[in-house]
Write a protein that binds this ligand. Structure first.
Ligand SMILES: [Zn+2]
Length: 306
């Protein structure tokens, strides 16, 4: 069975009128190097079989370039993925490809599992050294809280890990990318208590309009993924319309959260083009103006790619 072979992916959209950035993607999972975290990401809608074939890195590079998703941020969110990410980001820049920056962290569902085995502190130390090891590593993420996947027994360690990642981002001067699933109030409270890093991004923003105002007041970025296009996402679209233009970012969280009408299929960074078009529609802006704005926001938040 080869359900992830290149032919089964959603078609590559027409190129955007202006390029955008996929500020959060998991090429380690897209290419089958890593399986999804057991209880990690938003519900993996596709679980790879052992004998599945995966597209190569070049497939994701080529499709992203042709859709106008010229830049990406590769995120590794457990230790093996973090090591792989750091190596890949360094290697891509050595090969003269400037499309990729990187980020690493321990996912909020991974932290309690490591803590249980007495490995959380050593893992945090390694995350800090990986993110500090290369100037193209610009993000500490994804970290945060996930009360959907992790039960009460894991909350204390999850919060401790989140606080530690906030400190790492501040010490290393990197941006913080937050995973917040059904934990809005505690995520905002812990950011206030610790003092948020200069650049704080809600990856796969999932709050409502009131929370978007709160994030805007605090200067946080809100990064929108393919779920913005889902049929039942009216509340999320209202939040996207209410957020200030200079706080908006686009991403995929690929291979997850593939946009409508291909929801449930695996995706790649190229599908950030679909989300960007939806964002333009929601904001009542031209595609070109919206894309130019979020492109600039990504540079302001994360620095240059070239
Ligand atoms: Zn993710």
């Amino acid at each position: 069975m080869a359900s992830r072979a290149a032919g089964t992916y959603p078609p590559v959209p027409e190129p955007l009128a202006h390029p955008v950035v996929d500020t959060h993607t998991h090429l380690d999972i897209c290419t089958g190097v890593r399986l999804p975290l057991g209880a990690g990401e938003p519900e993996p809608e596709v679980r790879p079989d052992e004998d599945e074939e995966f597209p190569s890195l070049d497939f994701f590079f080529d499709t992203a370039q042709s859709a106008g998703v010229q830049r990406i941020v590769q995120i590794g969110c457990d230790l093996p993925a973090a090591r792989w990410t750091t190596e890949l980001v360094t290697q891509q820049s050595q090969q003269g490809r400037s499309w990729m920056l990187g980020g690493v962290a321990l996912h909020p569902n991974e932290a309690p599992r490591l803590a249980e085995r007495g490995m959380l502190d050593d893992a945090l130390t390694e995350i800090e050294s990986l993110v500090a090891s290369d100037d193209r590593m610009r993000v500490v993420g994804e970290t945060g809280l996930d009360y959907f996947r992790t039960g009460e027994e894991g909350v204390a360690e999850q919060q401790r890990s989140f606080r530690a990642h906030i400190e790492i981002a501040k010490r290393t001067g990197k941006a913080l990318q937050i995973h917040d699933r059904e934990a809005h109030a505690d995520v905002l409270r812990i950011l206030r208590e610790e003092g948020a890093p200069e650049v704080t991004i809600f990856h796969c923003y999932s709050g409502d309009e009131a929370m978007a105002r709160e994030c805007a007041d605090a200067g946080y970025y809100m990064s929108f993924a393919g779920n913005l296009t889902f049929k039942n996402a009216d509340e999320l679209r209202r939040a996207a319309a209410a957020a200030p233009l200079d706080r908006l970012l686009t991403e995929t969280d690929a291979p997850f959260l593939t946009p409508h009408p291909h929801r449930g299929k695996p995706g790649g960074p190229y599908l950030a083009a679909v989300t960007a078009r939806k964002l333009a529609e929601v904001r009542g802006m031209s595609e070109e103006d919206l894309c130019a704005a979020v492109w600039k926001n990504a540079e302001t938040a994360l620095g240059g790619w070239d």
